[in-house]
Ligand binder design. Sequence first.
Ligand code: F0G
Length: 421
Amino acid sequence: MTLRLSEARPDPPETASEGVWLSCIACDATFAPFEAVRYTCDDCDGLLEVRYADLPTFEEFEGRTPGVWRYADALPFDEGVSIDEGNTPLYEVPTIEAETGVADLRVKHEGMNPTGSFKDRGMTVGVRVAEKLGVDRLACASTGNTSAALACYGARANTETLVLLPAGKVAAGKVAQASLHGARILEVDGNFDACLDIVSDLADRGEAYLLNSLNPFRLEGQKTIGLEILEQFRDQTGDLPDRIVLPVGNAGNTAALYKAFRELVQSGALDADEVPTLTGVQAAGAAPMVEAIEENADEVRRWEEVETRATAIRIGNPVNAPKALPGIRETGGTAVAVSDEEITDAQRALARDGVGVEPASAASVAGLRKLRESGDIAADEQVVCLTTGHLLKDPDAAATAGADPEPVPADTDGVLDHLGE
Ligand code: F0G
């Protein structure tokens, strides 16, 4: 298996530029990072990873302003196209902590990013790479959040943006964001995976620069979720978390968090046994990663039919599986599927603790509950659940999960009568 937690630190190849290069995770071919547009390996079409001659340590982060660019030493350059992404809160959730009975539970709320999801962390890096490459059109396929972030960062970089969305399956807030930030929105009569097939073709034909998480630079920005969790959890508790539970769609975050921790192990900043156990959660109607983990398969089978209320993770072909499966396995983690009802229940539970999230985000808490019941997560564990998007992303799901408005007459006595009922 490639991508071992304790693998040797690679030497920079001749193709490296200022200590940064791209490496194929399947055949180890290396490429210059910013000379040509490239998403996968020229030789074998494997996934690419950004590699560094100098690996990060915690000391290098200290003293820098919180946010994605605090972690410049773990990133390919010092400055992105930025609107102050990152530095999201790590919340205590006392009710869910008590109910699940784990030693410590925090929620890392990525919905508090500028466009309301973790995607901003990837875009601040990826859109800067697009500038370096001099491309004139950006594109992505999306279940919604990527399109909102790309539209926003594309606008900021003054670059044309094209987003392909599965028609009728994207939450209202996300379409509104992409629209107002000025993206051209193409609604495809197919699911997310079909959208990604098309946009990958467009990118291969040179029509646009692809900013899905197949683009290795996106994942560099998303690594900072993991770095921030370690620093914040240590600040709050004096310890590192044992486990991180996260929703999985394309498995980009799973891959990114694993890479962040692998690089810290390689630099000597973290011991291999200090790396948090990565635990993925999918909706039962879109759970190819869970299937691969349960069957101990090397490859993930593409699901052609997918369905879930958590539309953000309505994905049947997780493109980052080759990077994410080793992450789950090497850290001793697992993956679990949860029903739409369990997702909505978890969304309500988070809301009761004051954390407003969209359905996909609540999958992490639903997964924690399930794995506590099965005993896969122990009572003495210190756990972080990742919540990936804000409640307002999907107002319809929130209104359905929440209480209904009550019509009352337009006078105080009438209101009091109603309340007295
Ligand atoms: N949670 C939310 C809110 C998301 O929007 C996504 C992915 C995920 C979780 C899954 O993350 O792909 O890294 O495993 N959304 C993408 C999009 C597909 O188009 O917005 P992953």
